[in-house]
Design a binder for this molecule. Sequence first.
Ligand SMILES: C[S@@+](CC[C@H](N)C(=O)[O-])C[C@H]1O[C@@H](n2cnc3c(N)ncnc32)[C@H](O)[C@@H]1O
Length: 264
Amino acid sequence: MKGNEKIGITAEAVALMKAQVGDRFSKYFVTPRIVKLNSVVGRVFSRDLLSNVFSKRLSLAKDMHRAIKDFKPEQLVDLGAGVDTFGLEYALANPHYPVIEVDFPKMMDYKQRMLAMIKKQEGLGSVPNLHLVSADVVMDNLMQRLKHDLKRGKRTLVYSVGLNTYLNSGQYKSLLHNVNEILVQLGNNSAYLSHEPIKAQHENMTPGVSGKLLRSLVGILTGNRSFVHFNHESDLKSYFQKHGFGSVEILKRRKDNLIYLARV
Ligand SMILES: C[S@@+](CC[C@H](N)C(=O)[O-])C[C@H]1O[C@@H](n2cnc3c(N)ncnc32)[C@H](O)[C@@H]1O
């Protein structure tokens, strides 16, 4: 398994957090291994630290989902979708708009099987506008992989949640190159929505020795370091401009993350 493929564990952790707050579909993605891991972690780390981390992650997802709805996309592309169930909800609520989720093949095969089960259990019928695409969002030519499912001139939102910090600087650059190409090809109505931690604030997210220990544990479990790409908001804007984006609009300045919309 490649290092980045292990990030599936963090996707399951997000599903667990969402299931705990009653999200309709996330409960199906709570695996025995994440329940076990959660109970081990719960014995080592303080309840306060963990509930702080959980509530920040959940409120980030909520802010991102709010921003997606506000954009009112006619086409939606989720990069590194993991087991997030927002795409399913959006596809159900907007049956005429394609929703495309992209992740590694293993993850997408698993999600495909689970979706078949969810549809049956929940009596949803088919959801023909939800497409799962297996691809490496860094290494593959994304536009080639997505072109059959996307139409030019439609109001398109490409977005990622909880992906960018797992990419090193070279991978991050390749991701943005891929995103840029999609936006250029699809036309003016398209944008990239994402979020970035800013260095100093990120370090404060899980403070103290136990915070550092928790970050190390996540690093070991996922086989990845967590990368913070920018020191300041201005670095983010100039980086995007240097890599072919015409504008970056900051939608929300959270304590832990900047949520932004980039256009070419
Ligand atoms: C932390 S999870 C977040 C999942 C989801 N976006 C959410 O918010 O619940 C990160 C996801 O990115 C995927 N991922 C990481 N690197 C990737 C890559 N190079 N290509 C495709 N998917 C990738 C992982 O497999 C994982 O499902």
